[in-house]
Design a protein around this ligand. Structure first.
Ligand code: UD1
Ligand code: MG
Length: 450
């Protein structure tokens, strides 16, 4: 049975109070609409279209060319939104899964059960409904005396007794494609909101004696939609907890889940420990047996951060991509690392900024060493060979190259490249003033006594 999918995402999302389209607000670093799209993809559905309206260009740019985009210039209702997709799906056989872009928690298994029911019974529609303690805000499911679904009534159009119905429409449907269009043609905006309601299709199909089946969700959460930023924050917190639990079950030690933030694109190897107050965002790959944190701020973005096995990072480290830290290296504490490669076994242990740098193996970076990569206009590169040792407080003025086995003296401002095996030292002579301290202290004592 062929199944296509349509995700409705044209609504403005007024309650988000945002210039960003609602469906692009992120959860664990991923736009919320991507969750439902990934779930649809996991079902093996190939033709997926997104109805876009508010912020259409942004949505398209963010999601890329993997989907069909169907513009809905004015939001005349869910029925109108689906109608706009007619030309895209009209000739396709089988069923159309209709979903909303703001329900990230919906499970694959649930959608699978709608599809299996359609496969078995070939109905005109399958709806996902739910019995809830508080149905307010949802469309209510109307059933006839046989218990068959005969319609959906929106809360604002409900009669008093209909308001008491506690079976609600979750907004998840699977329609037989041919039956859908001919029913949609008949809907009118004859309701309190003067909108074209997709839900009116249900009573039309019922009147045509077509069969409408339902799957009942027994999870009160999974179809929960996000309407404001408090919903967003709560769902994000739940997903974070789940993510951290999964990582723990996969062999990662997370000392304090409550102060740890790990986005969905982060992978972490076995026996790695994440210490409290670690913020891991974007694309990050961490190997086995690493120690990350406490107090690290790793921003992988799209370019990515890769940390190989047996690396320690922190406390107090910031990284910006692209960064590669090879095995057995040590970064921290108080280190800012940007766009750099740190070679195998190299150490950047204290108070450094390393940017636009390629560093070899077994390097020791002295405390306070800084790559001066920016001249106010351009960024320049630093290349550090194998087994280099920089003295504390070395300023490496880029562009610069330190050859293998070279050294720099503590406190040097190094403006020239250093050949392999050489020492660069930039320092004025130390002047020793004989007995100065002794005289100073005698003076202090005299002042105190006098
Ligand atoms: C809808 C259902 C309601 C159900 C509820 C579940 C209708 C008429 N009602 O109501 O029975 O209980 O979902 O959450 O369908 N959208 C568009 N274009 C439009 C209008 C909406 O793309 O013109 C999109 C929205 O962006 C959103 C989705 O459709 O993703 C649902 O729209 P919304 O306005 O939230 O419908 P509800 O009033 O919640
Ligand atoms: Mg809604």
């Amino acid at each position: 049975m062929k199944v296509s999918a349509l995700v409705l995402a044209a609504g403005i999302g007024t309650r988000m109070k945002s210039s960003t389209p609602k469906v692009l607000h992120t959860i664990l670093g991923k736009p919320m609409i991507c969750y439902i799209l990934d779930t649809v993809e996991s079902l093996g559905v190939s033709d997926v279209a997104v109805v876009v309206g508010h912020g259409a260009a942004d949505v398209r740019r963010t999601l890329g060319e993997k989907y069909h985009y169907i513009p809905q210039p004015s939001q005349l209702g869910t029925g109108d939104a689906v109608m706009k997709a007619r030309t895209t799906f009209e000739d396709k056989p089988g069923y159309l899964l209709v979903l909303c872009g703001d329900t990230p928690l919906l499970k694959k298994e649930t959608l699978d059960s709608l599809i299996s029911l359609a496969e078995k019974e070939s109905p005109s529609a399958v709806m996902l409904t739910a019995k809830v303690p508080d149905p307010s805000g949802y469309g209510r499911i109307l059933r006839d005396s046989w218990g068959n679904i005969k319609g959906v009534v929106e809360e604002r159009d409900c009669q008093v007794e209909e308001k008491m119905i506690n079976e609600v429409n979750t907004g998840v449907y699977l329609f037989s494609i041919t039956d859908l269009w001919q029913a949609l043609e008949k809907i009118t905006p004859d309701n309190d909101q003067h909108e074209y309601y997709l839900t009116d299709v249900i009573s039309i199909l019922h009147d045509q004696k077509k069969s409408i089946l339902s799957v009942k969700s027994n999870d009160l959460e999974e179809y929960r939609g996000i309407n404001n930023r408090w919903h967003l924050a709560q769902i994000a917190a739940d997903m974070l907890e789940e993510r951290i639990r999964d990582l723990c079950l996969d062999g990662v030690t997370i000392i304090d889940p409550k102060s740890t933030y790990i986005e969905s694109d982060v992978t972490i190897g076995e026996d790695t420990t994440i210490h409290p107050n670690s913020y891991l965002s974007g694309k990050i790959t961490i190997g086995k047996n690493c120690n990350i944190g406490p107090f690290v701020y790793l921003i992988g973005d799209d370019k990515g951060i890769t940390i190989e096995d047996n690396v320690s990072v922190g406390p107090f480290v910031r990284m910006r991509p692209p960064v590669e830290v090879k095995e057995n290296a040590k970064i921290g504490c108080f280190i800012d690392l940007k766009k750099s490669i740190i070679g195998k076994g190299s150490k950047v242990p204290h108070l450094s900024y390393i940017g636009d740098t390629e560093m070899g193996e077994d390097v020791n970076i002295g405390a306070g060493t800084i790559t001066c990569n920016y001249d106010g206009v351009n960024k320049h590169k630093t290349k550090i060979g194998n087994r280099v040792f920089t003295g504390s407080d070395t300023m490496l003025v880029a562009p610069i190259e330190l050859g293998d086995d070279s050294y720099t003296g503590a406190g040097s401002v190094v403006t020239k490249s250093v050949e392999p095996g050489d020492l660069a030292i930039e320092r004025s002579e130390v002047r020793v003033v004989k007995g100065w301290g002794k005289r100073k202290n005698a003076q202090k004592q005299a002042n105190k006594n006098g």
